[in-house]
Design a binder for this molecule. Structure first.
Ligand SMILES: [Zn+2]
Ligand SMILES: [Zn+2]
Length: 123
């Protein structure tokens, strides 16, 4: 009964980079049922479906502080540096980020060696 209002998803979160989708039940910085938890950013949150604990929740993602794109918290899609940034924005403004972020991004980069000839002509 009490669950109905609380558990009903507000909508479906969709990462605009990797197309991850998941229903979210809360948007904000303090998920319901968590007394002491305050998130550093306004986040899309869902109750952790894998545990009966009411105070367990998953952060799905949030908006990029630069372009406003909705991105998940996955390392392929965004990083948090005082606020959330999507990786495309980070790459565009990489000089504005400290070296540790730049190095971190280098590490994340999947090494893809593709012949430079005829880009995009593959079918
Ligand atoms: Zn994503
Ligand atoms: Zn962005």
């Amino acid at each position: 009964m009490a669950c109905e209002a609380e558990c009903r998803p507000l909508g479906v979160f969709e990462c605009q980079l990797c197309a991850l989708t998941a229903p979210y039940s809360y948007v904000g910085q303090q998920p319901p049922g968590t007394q002491s938890v305050v998130l550093l950013e306004e986040s899309y949150v869902m109750r952790d479906p894998f545990t009966p604990n009411k105070d367990r929740f998953l952060i799905l993602g949030s908006r990029c502080g630069l372009c406003g794109r909705l991105v998940c918290v996955g390392p392929e899609c965004s990083l948090f540096y005082s606020k959330r940034f999507c990786l495309p924005c980070v790459r565009e403004n990489i000089d504005a980020f400290p070296q540790e972020i730049q190095q971190d991004l280098e590490k994340r980069k999947v090494p893809s060696k593709r012949p430079a000839s005829q880009p995009g002509s593959r079918t």
